[in-house]
Design a protein around this ligand. Sequence first.
Ligand SMILES: Nc1nc2c(c(=O)[nH]1)N[C@H]1C(S)=C(S)[C@@H](COP(=O)(O)O)O[C@H]1N2
Ligand SMILES: [Mo]
Length: 361
Amino acid sequence: MRPQSRVSDLVSALRPPPRLVDWSILAVVLFETVSGLVSFTIGTPDGWPLFWAHRIAGLTLIFLLGYKLARVRYRLTDSTQWRPTTALSVVTLLAAVGSLATGIVWVAGVDVRLAYWTLLSVHVGFGLVLVPLVVAHLTTRFRRPTRQDFHRRRTTIKYTGLLLGGAVLYRAQTFVNEVLDTHGSDRRFTGSQPRPGDGNEAFPVTSWVADDPDPIDREAWSLSVRGAIDTPLSLSYDEVSPESEREALLDCTSGWYTVQRWRGIRVGDLLETAEPDDDAAYVRFVSVTGYRWSLPIEEAREALLATHVGEEALSHGHGGPIRLIAPGRRGFQWVKWVERVEVRRQSDPAQWVVTLVSGFE
Ligand SMILES: Nc1nc2c(c(=O)[nH]1)N[C@H]1C(S)=C(S)[C@@H](COP(=O)(O)O)O[C@H]1N2
Ligand SMILES: [Mo]
């Protein structure tokens, strides 16, 4: 037997029963959505298993979509089979192929932009439209798996095999990256690609969603510190003495990272002057736009409010006069254009919504 047909025999042997294929596709799409969104919050290398799980499970879709297409291809190619729901099926297929393809091409290190979106952002976009499409598609042809579809040992073996298949595909792709020395092997564990160089020009200006304030007049601006503290503060730009410096890595969920030397004031030094109450637990950083994020107070002490990047004063785009540097956190938590530091007793769940809607009128 030729090796090629052995592989295809193996792949056919792993095929779950048709109804299970459909539900497996739904399960994988949901897993990819959840793992993808949760991965946005992970910035330290100990979170790597989630990224690997996302990649491996995502690649099993190649098999599952293959099984599915082999079975239903005639409904697309034979026009007497067309139904009103066929259009929905086609759109669902396109979204699935789109998210898979952009994910795979991203792993290869390709860095093209569509309008101003990185491929990774397009991947996220495809993924987000795919969820309602798959759910809608499944309800038009709703068939619950039956007891006969499950066979404890066989089912376990098949799904284990499929996940192994996904792992082999991912390993094959990283191997190709290494052999061809593509930019895919420069990626961080988060998948982000490097933006080398120092200073304002070295890395892109990015908004999480829609935040885009007018440039801030440094003379009129001030930084206030308030909340659960003894001594409220208000500092003009000149009163912020940028004496602390540290290197930190900014990793944006749109798929790039940069390592810069940031200079500014340690939040811990600000807090020492402000004297937090004993039960202070969080520090919230609020932008002139209302955009905000909180850090647990111990972590916040180590964070920096930066006025400088590299040797330069922070540009408006990068959050000047002052922005938060939160090492180990993903980019969207590095609040730009900070004007208020609030010491608080509670966490701030509403920040998740505020960051998404800030900037919309
Ligand atoms: N106020 C505010 N801060 C923000 C954002 C925003 O939209 N508004 N975007 C965040 C995101 S998603 C990232 S990746 C970084 C980008 O910083 P940069 O524009 O300096 O590269 O800023 C973060 N801080
Ligand atoms: Mo970002």
